[in-house]
Design a protein around this ligand. Structure first.
Ligand SMILES: [Zn+2]
Length: 260
């Protein structure tokens, strides 16, 4: 009885940001199965139909994008969404070659140019939206987002305003609020908005813990290494695909990592 009283007092006094998050986050991180399997996650921003400005690394030409997707197809890759990737780590359904395609910032050229190509290849993708930009000029509209979702794409959050979360301001609205806003605006079930991408790839333990507490299942960052069960799902690596990459550069992302 005394132990129960002590436990209740401890839980009552325990600061929520410290005790509950760390205990539960540890168990959350251990959910991934111990497989020796890794998956390359690609990060795109804009896809352009006109020949791209080589000075802007984040605008990949439509021709190059199609060539890259064709390379994945010809080389036997299956593409899955981010949440499907983590589900596969949990279930152990890691068969064959798997790649993940993601887009940040919610640009409409993703809908106009990338979506038809990916649909033709049968590849879904994950797109991370800046919630307050939805429906604003030069951004995806609610209707476009719903179309992507209906086609099997995953819709994730890239914060509310795209601010640097490392300054720890408005984390509730940036992380929890953006999730709620995306679901409310698009009609996508909240239970399907479970993936978050850190603006600028910046996150620390306070930020990653908040992402977990807001109901997300993963947090996307930046990095070269492929995702495996040993990586923290609340900060996993994505490799930016830049405008200057040749198809040889692109293929080496996979081959050099030992994915066969
Ligand atoms: Zn961004």
């Amino acid at each position: 009885m005394r132990r129960i009283v002590f436990l209740l007092i401890f839980l009552f006094l325990c600061p929520i940001d410290y005790c509950y998050s760390d205990m539960d986050l540890t168990s959350e991180l251990s959910r991934t199965a111990s497989d020796n399997y890794s998956i390359k996650v690609l990060l795109y921003h804009n896809i352009s139909a006109v020949e791209t400005d080589q000075n802007n690394p984040y605008v990949v030409s439509l021709a190059k994008f199609e060539e890259q997707m064709n390379w994945l197809k010809v080389n036997g890759y299956e593409c899955v969404t981010v949440s499907d990737m983590f589900q596969k780590f949990v279930s152990g359904e890691l068969i064959g070659k798997i790649a993940v395609i993601t887009f940040d910032d919610g640009y409409p050229d993703v809908y106009t140019y990338a979506f038809p190509i990916l649909s033709a290849f049968g590849f879904p993708a994950t797109t991370y939206l800046v919630a307050e930009k939805i429906d604003s000029p030069k951004n995806l509209t609610e209707d476009m987002i719903r179309d992507l979702y209906k086609a099997g794409w995953e819709i994730g959050s890239h914060s509310l305003t795209h601010s640097d979360l490392m300054i720890h301001e408005n984390l509730d609205t940036e992380i929890c609020g953006s999730r709620n806003m995306i679901a409310a605006m698009t009609g996508i079930p909240l239970s399907d908005v479970v993936s978050f991408a850190y603006p600028y790839g910046n996150a620390d333990e306070t930020v990653t813990t908040k992402v977990w507490k807001c109901g997300y299942q993963s947090g996307a960052g930046l990095g070269q290494i492929p995702v495996s069960s040993s990586q923290n799902p609340y900060y996993f690596s994505r490799h930016p695909v830049t405008s200057d990459m040749t198809i040889q550069d692109f293929s080496s992302l996979f081959i050099s990592e030992g994915e066969k």
